[in-house]
Design a protein around this ligand. Structure first.
Ligand SMILES: C[S@@+](CC[C@H](N)C(=O)[O-])C[C@H]1O[C@@H](n2cnc3c(N)ncnc32)[C@H](O)[C@@H]1O
Length: 423
């Protein structure tokens, strides 16, 4: 790799801008690129990769550095993670830096405590130790230090997966069908897919395979009434619409106008006509109450810590805390309880998070079931096998990057007993 001093300087400024982590790293980086239009495509690619890799390995890199500065982190990254040798850097670094970098060259992560090796903050290791042995914590941490693949969802309203794979192949884009999701494609590498004709024509969307499986777990049928309670930018609403062949009605609810606005252009591209996008003020909004007992399928993609997406959002480790997780638990329980009241007897509800913490997952579900005896748990492995998806993680769906090459999703499926009257 030919590496220039201007690339080094730009990466240092980018990292300095991001490191306070007051906002999501990807949003700050996007703004940084907007404010620095003179950076070329190669510079941007280098900076983005360096910044995210440094965040993924920040605890290790910081333990190699005497005084933590953006420059020291980038130099340690180049030598330790990019394997750059000191001769390549000679014209860019001082004598003191050369000496320090040669001293750290042989240091391996395994001499450090578990939290550093796993790249988890101490509070998270402590939480995980309640239900996982240290070897599993390390495995989980290591799997989340890798960068995530780019997964696509074929919009089956407009295209077939085989056709899309063929088109990508003809263009030299290396891609394969995902192992579980019937409409998923996994790319090798990261081509700029959002400028591709398949994307612009609505035939494909970017969506992690794990996220796609949530749609198959809900399995909405044509003509049904469906609610995507925390629709956000609508990744899952669009999949639900395609599974329903655009027949029936989907309400895409969210409290965030901004996120719902991001759904609008995607909806336009999708060829769907059955999506009703509605902002709600909170989970008890009158728009929600009006639909009580009328809905066949409810998806709750709950606001969560996002720790299962650390491959993509490594900065979440510093943006979450035991306190924020306590607050999320309360919010998740309130949303689950409000959204469940929408369900018709015999209907299906899927509660999902991209977290691997039981307190955001099993605990929320178990407490809900204890307080709402008219709801029963359904077995996720059986529901998926009804969709011809052979993936058995037990009664809950629980996905891990190391085992499934997806983000760390959790899902539970519930049904309301036929005999129960809506609340
Ligand atoms: C995990 S994100 C959803 C992502 C989205 N389903 C997708 O596939 O792109 C959680 C969403 O919950 C929304 N949210 C937070 N509190 C809410 C509430 N009380 N009612 C409905 N949505 C809420 C957030 O604005 C956020 O968009």
């Amino acid at each position: 790799m030919h590496f220039t001093s201007s690339q080094l300087d730009a990466a240092i400024v980018a990292l300095r801008t991001i490191l306070p982590l007051e906002y999501p790293a990807d949003a700050i980086l996007r703004r940084f690129f907007r404010d620095n239009p003179m950076l070329g495509a190669q510079d941007r690619a280098f900076i983005a990769e360096a910044v995210f890799d440094i965040l993924r390995h920040r605890f290790f890199l910081e333990s190699l550095v005497k005084i933590v500065t953006p420059r020291a982190l980038i130099l340690a990254y180049l030598v330790k993670l990019q394997g750059m040798n000191l001769r390549e850097l000679a014209s860019l670094i001082s004598e003191v830096e050369t000496k320090w970098l040669s001293e750290i060259k042989a240091i391996k992560p395994d001499i450090f405590p578990l939290a550093t090796q796993a790249e988890f903050p101490a509070w998270l290791v402590e939480k995980l130790q309640h239900f996982m042995p240290d070897t599993d914590i390390l495995d989980l941490g290591l799997s989340l230090q890798k960068s995530a693949p780019l997964d696509l969802r074929v919009n089956t309203i407009l295209a077939k997966r085989g056709e899309v794979l063929e088109t990508l192949k003809q263009e030299g884009i290396n891609a394969e069908a995902t192992p579980y999701s019937p409409c998923g494609i996994r790319l090798v590498g990261k081509p700029a897919i959002n400028r591709h004709a398949l994307f612009l024509s609505g035939k494909i969307e970017v969506q992690d395979e794990g996220s796609q499986l949530l749609g198959y777990l809900l399995a909405p049928k044509r003509g049904e009434m469906v609610v995507d309670f925390c629709a956000g930018a609508g990744g899952k609403s669009l999949l639900l619409g395609a599974l329903m062949n655009s027949k029936g009605r989907i309400y895409a609810f969210d409290v965030s106008e901004k996120r719902l606005n991001n759904l609008k252009p995607r909806f336009k591209r999708s060829g769907l006509s059955n999506l009703h996008i509605q902002r709600i003020t909170n989970e008890n909004d009158i728009k929600v109450k009006r639909l009580a007992g009328k809905i066949d399928r409810v998806l709750i993609d709950a606001p969560c810590s996002g720790l299962g997406t650390l491959r993509r959002n490594p900065d979440l480790k510093w943006r979450q805390s035991p306190h924020s997780i306590d607050e999320l638990k309360t919010k998740q329980a309130a949303i689950l309880s409000a959204a469940a009241s929408l369900l018709k007897p015999g209907g299906r509800l899927v509660y999902a998070t991209c977290s691997f913490l039981p307190e955001e997952n099993q605990t929320v579900i178990n407490e809900f079931l204890a307080a709402h005896p008219q709801f029963n748990l359904l077995n996720c492995a059986e529901l998926l096998s009804q969709q011809k998806i052979l993936l058995d993680t037990g009664e809950f769906l629980q996905l891990f990057p190391k085992l499934h090459q997806t983000d760390g999703f959790f899902a539970a499926a519930l049904t309301r007993n036929d005999s129960a009257k809506p609340e």
